[in-house]
Design a protein around this ligand. Structure first.
Ligand SMILES: [Zn+2]
Length: 172
């Protein structure tokens, strides 16, 4: 599972991402800063539309056609018949595909002062404090537990209103 995690970092930090990474390492779990959750705090950013996150399609070597289906034009044919084979399924024939989240470009909007968090955002599954304490919702995910977590989250954020949030994708 990819857990949306808010790593809190003291506002005095000069390198919040590096300091966030150091705290995230203490979990002993695999994580990425941003990762699948890149841009979650910014409605105007979509990592899947960021050209830095696109690369040659590995399934078709960027030619957009299914392997072995490339047909070279016969004499007199037009350019449009160059790839008469079926479109590559992995990239819909575009020849480019989205890189794995491991290779997504860093996005500055994944670091934000708590005081500047938008009014609405996806509720993080985990919050790790500046002291490295992990907080998360109790399960089962029923209404009572969800409400208790929302309250705990809001308390944690008010208590750390002078901190940065570093968005992380924590896996376990
Ligand atoms: Zn392809």
């Amino acid at each position: 599972m990819h857990y949306l995690t808010f790593q809190l970092v003291p506002r005095t930090s000069r390198k919040p991402v590096e300091d966030g990474v150091a705290l995230l390492r203490q979990t002993g779990l695999f994580f990425l800063v941003g990762g699948r959750w890149t841009g979650v705090l910014r409605a105007d950013y979509n990592p899947e539309k960021d050209l830095r996150n696109v690369g040659p399609c590995p399934s078709c070597q960027s030619n957009g056609a299914l392997g072995g289906d490339i047909m070279w034009p016969r004499p007199g044919s037009t350019q449009s018949t160059l790839f008469a084979g079926e479109d590559c399924k992995a990239c819909d024939g575009r020849g480019f595909s989205l890189l794995s989240t491991h290779n997504w470009a860093p996005f500055p909007g994944d670091v934000m002062p708590v005081s500047e968090l938008p009014d609405e955002y996806i509720t993080p599954a985990i919050v790790i404090t500046t002291e490295g304490q992990q907080h998360e919702m109790s399960y089962p995910a029923n209404d009572a537990n969800k409400q208790a977590w929302e309250e705990e989250l809001s308390g944690l954020l008010s208590k750390h209103a002078d901190c940065f949030v570093v968005v992380a994708d924590l896996r376990r």
